[in-house]
Write a protein that binds this ligand. Structure first.
Ligand code: GLN
Length: 297
């Protein structure tokens, strides 16, 4: 086995036999050869250097045996068309989270217009994907990216530097606490908090259970702990007119919208499904008019 197509063929059968994602072979080869998918497909007959073949085989075997995620082997993951550095200290960004960003971008356009300079907070920023994408998509905005984990913040800062997102303030702290302490108010608050119930630990795939940081995965026994804590403090950090967007786990839509409804009974709360028809996002759009009325009461 020394040609590209032979290596791909071997990887795809070996991965398939072991119930792993068969596309991983392609992704790894692209990485090791430093080429795009199109280039890979046009070099199927090329002979590969022995050290590349050995490294490739070794990593495929490691993935099959220990579930080491391909993103950890490569050291990066794509998000919203950009490449982010990832490691064991941060949650690997998921495509579902791109949908949160996409939806909030359209809501911002409707509620605030595109050119306004907004203050946005990303709570539990991890690798920084949400904060950095928002800053780059809306260059006028100022973003606060908060995480309790110092090692995670290091990754996020590196990503912001690499991608040229230079209007982000990275703050170490728990949930909304740093904003409250510094008396910062925001127009948009986003979070993809840890939301897996602890009781689901043993049902997770090894790729997730053994490689994503547990700090980034579990939201207490119910999975809802972080939504409860964030919602409780929302009024302290939101401007009068604001948008809040949470990523949620499938089946959490009702519980999370109920939490928001108790805090904001007169506002529009929306649960949206992702591309796989799973409940994935909850938004509340807090309207200037309603808030003025409350103030006036
Ligand atoms: N905000 C990051 C992401 O969406 C990290 C989320 C987390 O660690 N729970 O990928």
């Amino acid at each position: 086995m020394n040609k590209v197509y032979e290596a791909l063929h071997w990887a795809s059968s070996f991965l398939g036999e072991n119930n792993r994602d068969q596309n991983i072979g392609e992704l790894l080869l692209m990485h090791y050869l430093g080429i795009s998918r199109a280039q890979l497909l046009s070099s199927l007959q090329d002979v590969m250097p022995t050290n590349v073949i050995n490294e490739f085989k070794h990593k495929i075997e490691e993935h099959v045996t220990n579930g080491v995620p391909v993103q950890h082997i490569i050291g990066s993951a794509p998000f919203y068309g950009r490449t982010f550095k990832v490691n064991k200290d941060v949650l690997i960004p998921r495509p579902e989270t791109e949908e949160l960003v996409e939806n909030v971008l359209s809501m911002i356009q409707v509620d605030f217009g595109v050119n306004e300079s907004l203050a946005i907070a990303d709570i539990g920023t991890g690798s920084g994907v949400i904060a950095i994408t928002m800053q780059l998509e809306l260059p006028e905005t100022h973003v606060y990216a908060i995480d309790i984990s110092d090692p995670a913040l290091k990754v996020a800062v590196k990503n912001a530097c690499n991608l040229g997102a230079n209007r982000i303030e990275f703050i170490q702290g728990s949930l909304l606490e740093p904003l409250i302490q510094k008396e910062i108010k925001v127009d948009v608050l986003l979070s993809n908090p840890p939301y897996i119930p602890l009781t689901d630990l043993n049902n997770l795939q090894d790729v997730v259970r053994n490689h994503d940081p547990h700090l980034a995965l579990f939201g207490g026994q119910s999975g809802l702990e972080f939504y409860e804590k964030i919602v409780r403090d929302l009024p302290k950090v939101l401007n009068r007119k604001a948008i809040v967007g949470f990523e949620i786990g499938d089946g959490q839509g009702e519980a999370v919208s109920e939490l928001l409804k108790q805090m904001y009974p007169d506002e529009t709360i929306t649960v949206l499904k992702d591309i796989n028809e799973k409940e994935r996002m909850v938004f509340v759009r807090i309207n200037e008019k309603n808030n003025t009325e409350i103030v006036g009461l």
